[in-house]
Structure formats: C-alpha cells, structure tokens
Design a protein around this ligand. Structure first.
Ligand code: UD1
Ligand code: UDP
Length: 367
C-alpha cells in the first residue's frame, strides 16, 4: 500500500486534482490517499470540493484579503512541514504553477519526500509572463521526481532542461477528465435563458500582471465592441479578488447587455462555455478546455504556455492593449470565415483519462 498526499489550494488546481483524488480513492487496495488543501482560495476552492464531493484531511486555511506572495509562500511552507512529517507520504503530488504548488513542492523537497508534478513542463520562458506562475512551474520541476506532462510539447520542454526521460510521462491533462461528464445537452440556467436571443460572450480575467491598467484596457475594449453590436450579450463570472471587481465595475457597470455574476460552479461554467459564441479570458485552464469544446478564445495575454491550443486554431493571443483587443474581437464577430476557422473541436490536451494513467504509473513506479 502506497501513501499518496495531494496538495492544492486554488480553484484551477482543485478542478484538475479532484479527478485524481477520486481515482486514487477508487483504488483503496493500492493507495492510501491523503488530501491537504492550503486554502489559498476559500470560497472558490470550497465550490470545487463540494462539486466533486472531496473532503480534505487537512486544511491550512491560509487565505487572507490582499494576501501577498510572501504570505502565501511562508504560510504554506511552514504549515505543510508538520502535516508532511505527520503523514509520512511516499509521494507528494502538486499541480501546475500556483504559489501553493511551489511552496508545497519545496516543503516536500526539504523533507526529502519525492514530488510528483501534475501538469509539468508548461513554459513561456519569460519569468514575468505569467507572473509569478512561470517561476513557480520551473521551480517545481527543479525539485520534482515524477513529471506528468500533459502533451508531447511539455515533455520536450522538460527534456530540453535535461530532466530524465525515464521519469517523464505524457498523460494528457486531468482538467479534461471532468469535461467527459459535465457538459449536458439539456442543461439550463436562467442566465443562459437571458442570453439565448444573442451571441453569448463569456468573459473571465484575474492574472496578477494584468491587475490595474491592463485590466481597465481589456474591459474598455470589450465594452466598445459590444456597444456597437446589439446582437451580443456577455456573462462575466467574476473572480473574487477585490482588485478585479473594482476595475470591472468601474468600466462595465451601466451596460445592460453585460452581466457580472459570482463565480460559477465548474459544472455550470463548462456548460456556459459549451453554449457560448466565443470566450475572452486571461485564464490558463480555459485555454485547455476550449479546444475540446471547439469554442474560439481570445487570450488577453502577451504569452501562452499552451501553444497546442494556438496550433489547433482555437486560441488567439491578443495581448492587453485596448486597440488590439478591439480589433481582434470585432474581426471575430464580423467575419464568419474567421469564426469558422477557430471553432473546430480538437483534443490537444488529452482524451479525458489522464488521472487513470497517472495512478497506473505511480502504482507501478512506487512498487
Ligand atoms: C491564484 C494563482 C494563479 C491562478 C489563480 C486562479 C498564485 C500566485 N496565483 O491567483 O496562478 O491562476 O489563483 O484563480 O498562486 N479571493 C477570495 N476568495 C477566493 C479566492 C480569492 O476572496 O476564494 C480573493 C482574496 O482577497 C485574495 C485574492 O482574491 O487575497 C487573490 O487571491 P490569490 O490566490 O492570491 O491570487 P489569484 O489571482 O486568485
Ligand atoms: N471556472 C469555474 N467557474 C468560473 C470560471 C472558471 O469553474 O466562474 C473554471 C474553468 O472551467 C477552469 C478553471 O476554473 O477549469 C480556470 O481557473 P482560473 O481561470 O481561476 O485559473 P487559471 O486556470 O488561470 O490558473
């Protein structure tokens, strides 16, 4: 019996780690599963835990308003020390590129427990874009023992850094696992009923490097384009960061074809994506989900670590300048050929069985 400890703390990590938790728990003869959440996010994390029915064994409860990278790093690192020492896992699994992932991997490394990195090998090679995520993911890969790379491209990134081939496994992305069950043909929601007479634009935004002026520019561009096109309606499930909320309300209030709503549960969000005409976002996870659903995404960032979605034709990087977003958003709404070319479904991030593969690999490698 092998003891696996999974550590995560934010919404996207939870969405991609809960399928893995359920996979390990479905194999009690092989794995003893310990779940530790850091609580870097609170409400947005709890939403996901509720949907997947995952009850953590430990909760560091680190979130505080206006938390800095120093707060999260220090609180997670010192909080995890006691828990990892107490649980004595054979392997600690972390996910992706958040400060929770970085500090948790470092804690396990200091205690000489092998780290498995789920979603390893994504790179922009620019430490400030996205910030601090590019540092986090590179740092986690420095201390990791097992690398679960979602794609061949991410595997190649790891090989380019001389990570050992025998410890890199291409598994697909666990985020796609949930999509197999969440999107339903008969799904209904009052907000979708409101938008059903129009082309639905789905919006999210939260990146730290976009807080402040870039975010204001993004919102101004979106509003300008939509004001000129009366057949569009937008739904914006807004992140709980007060700085995001302030910018959004300043730029978007008083425009009745755009509704700002609370964060959606993941099942709802996937169905909103499936019904949308197009998506505007700076999110990472949404760039992975959209190709499976064949939904065009304008990525309001200068770089992406998800080039597979760009190659598949679903994603277009539009930066954060107001005029560039205005131009690209207008073009996608007005040019049917352009829209058509971006709306084909493809599966660059896997077939939805990544969790099963990761559990099989650990079962054999930890033996
Ligand atoms: C974090 C991650 C980012 C990830 C994002 C997903 C880091 C440095 N950043 O950024 O990589 O893309 O999560 O959403 O790890 N808040 C709440 N309730 C919540 C969640 C957040 O009130 O459930 C508010 C708090 O005031 C908090 C602020 O949002 O201080 C920012 O949260 P934080 O986790 O520091 O940064 P994110 O931008 O969410
Ligand atoms: N998501 C959600 N509810 C929302 C918005 C997004 O469940 O209101 C999901 C989305 O489907 C994706 C994940 O949250 O799986 C992306 O998280 P986020 O954008 O917060 O972080 P990132 O992926 O950029 O790290």
């Amino acid at each position: 019996m092998k003891r696996i400890m999974l550590v995560f703390g934010t919404r996207p990590e939870a969405i991609k780690m809960c399928p893995l938790v359920l996979e390990f728990k479905s194999r009690p003869d092989e794995f003893d599963t310990v779940v530790c959440v850091t609580g870097q996010h609170r409400e947005m994390l709890d939403q996901v835990l509720r949907v997947f029915g995952v009850k953590p064994d430990h909760d560091l409860r680190v979130m505080k308003p206006g938390q800095t990278l120093f707060d999260i790093t220090c609180d997670v690192l010192s909080g995890l020390r006691k828990i990892v020492e107490y649980e004595e896992p054979d392997c600690v699994l972390v996910h992706g590129d958040t400060t929770t992932s970085f500090a948790a991997a470092l804690a396990a490394f200091y205690l000489q427990i092998p780290v498995g990195h789920v979603e390893a090998g994504l790179r922009t090679r620019n430490l400030y874009s996205p910030w601090p995520e590019e540092f986090n993911r590179q740092a986690v890969d420095v201390v990791s023992h097992w690398y679960f790379a979602p794609t061949e491209t991410s595997r190649q990134n790891l090989l380019d850094e001389a990570k050992p081939d025998g410890r890199i496994f291409v598994t697909g992305n666990t985020g796609i696992d949930a999509l197999r069950t969440t999107v339903q043909d008969d799904y209904r929601h009052p907000e979708l009923d409101w938008a059903s007479d129009s082309r639905l634009i789905l919006i999210t935004a939260h990146r730290r490097e976009n807080l402040g002026e870039p975010m204001h520019r993004m919102f101004r561009a979106i509003r300008r384009v939509m004001e000129e096109r009366p057949d569009t309606k937008a739904i914006y499930p807004i992140h709980m960061n007060p700085q995001v909320r302030e910018a959004a309300h300043e730029e978007l209030d008083g425009f009745d074809r755009l509704r700002i709503i609370d964060p959606l549960e993941v099942v709802d969000f996937h169905n909103f994506m499936a019904r949308s005409h197009l998506i505007l976002t700076d999110s990472g996870g949404i760039q992975e989900e959209a190709p499976s659903l064949g939904k065009p995404v304008l990525v309001m960032r200068d770089t992406t670590e998800r080039p597979e979605g760009v190659q598949a034709g679903t994603l277009r990087l539009v930066g954060t300048e107001e005029d560039a977003i205005y131009r690209e958003f207008s073009r996608l709404l007005d040019d049917p050929a352009e829209y058509e070319s971006m709306s084909h479904a493809s599966n660059p991030y896997g077939d939805g069985y990544a969790s099963d593969r990761i559990a099989n690999i650990l079962a054999s490698k930890l033996d």
